[in-house]
Design a binder for this molecule. Sequence first.
Ligand SMILES: [Fe+2]
Length: 281
Amino acid sequence: MSNLSLPLGAKGSGRARYAAAMDLYQQGRISPAVLEVYRIASARDGQDPAPMLAEIGVGTVMAPASAADQVDRLIDAADRYIATLSGRGVAEVRAGLNLWRGGEVHVTPKANAVVNQHLAAALAPLRATHLALAQSIEAATPYLTWITYDGYPPDEIGADFAQGHAYASLIGEAGNILARDYDLGIFLIAPHVLYRDHHHAAPELYAPLTGPHGWRFGPKTPLIVKRAHHPVWNDAHRPHMTKVGPTPFLALFGWISDVTQVAQVIPSPDWPALEALRLDP
Ligand SMILES: [Fe+2]
């Protein structure tokens, strides 16, 4: 799995081990102290880091992460990210997250065509600004239960959205960690898709990791373009609509109550124009 286990003495192996340790450190998988051991050992290809690791109480660094670990790490990374945001809903979403995290992680992997097609393009810009979060999403993705929701009447929600989105619940009634009346997950929508005006009982936080995207909060209200990392809070039944830009929409979402009440579409005559609209990058 890694250059960390290159044979001692192999030419260049000290530096290669240090580079591999740096990757693990950036993923949050080893501590600064462990990284320092590999830095010291990088000077001589024949130097075994194991005795120094033992001195600081570290046995095996390379125990491979399980699927449940990857999901847990994504939840940790999501919490760290949401903690950097300010505004309404942030505290409530984190309170629910911290209430339910630590529960048993159930893994039911479900691959998804939208994820296969669009996740990489969403993660590329995120990697530049939030490397650890992007890596934890990438690492957990094969183990998540990705769903393209089919509960909206197709003629109301439109074919673009019906076929162009996927989400995975991390903590929730059908999440990797079971919760009641709470939902934390990750949401992906293909470029240029219009997620038509709708509302639902659940008060909701969107934490978009990509951008720009257009939003409006009721038909006949103006489209507001928001960049990545500007959260949106929707009170219960507040109408909202999302127009995806050229980069796929990738967001964390949190529903803090009334999670089993289904969303309703709000008809608007300007959907064809909004569906044809192309936002600037
Ligand atoms: Fe919503």
